[in-house]
Write a protein that binds this ligand. Structure first.
Ligand code: ZN
Length: 160
């Protein structure tokens, strides 16, 4: 399970300030500009460890359609659900598609019965930016990481 290599073109473009869809959030979250990349998602209240924080939603698309969109769109929010299906967060996304990558993330993605759930790995304080490790594959185009973590591996791709 990993985000598609194409998800590096993520961002808001010229559209108005995006908002989180409260139907899919379990805590108060806010979208705001990020030091890591374009938009980021921030906790507005304390989130305990081990809790469901937000569901990554979007249109469920086939492998073939995934390739087509990856090749043709400027900003792409593709989350690989399994070897065949991908969730495109740019269509009906909850806002979780704006959560940035970090090599030392505070969230982890879990796939539960076809749903992508972002769970807290530790206690997250109000005001902290939410992050998840995208785990781009090592054998696709390298994407430089600017997460700023002391444990940064330098690329969003996994090293092995
Ligand atoms: Zn990093």
């Amino acid at each position: 399970m990993a985000l598609s290599k194409s998800a590096n073109g993520r961002g808001a473009g010229t559209v108005p300030v995006p908002e989180m869809d409260p139907r899919f959030t379990c805590f108060e979250l806010k979208l705001a500009p990020s030091k890591i990349h374009r938009w980021g998602v921030y906790a507005q209240e304390t989130i305990p460890a081990g809790r469901k924080v937000v569901e990554y939603t979007g249109e469920k698309i086939s492998r073939r359609e995934t390739k087509r969109r990856a090749d043709s769109s400027r900003f792409i929010y593709l989350f690989t659900l399994d070897p065949y299906w991908t969730i495109d967060g740019s269509v009906g996304g909850s806002g979780a598609q704006y959560i940035n990558h970090s090599c030392e993330p505070n969230l982890v993605a879990r796939i539960v019965r076809g749903h992508i759930l972002y769970m807290s790995l530790r206690k997250i304080k109000a005001g902290e930016e939410l992050t998840v490790d995208y785990h781009f594959e090592k054998n696709v185009q390298k994407v430089v990481c600017r997460c700023g973590s002391a444990k940064c591996r330098g690329t969003i791709n996994v090293l092995k």
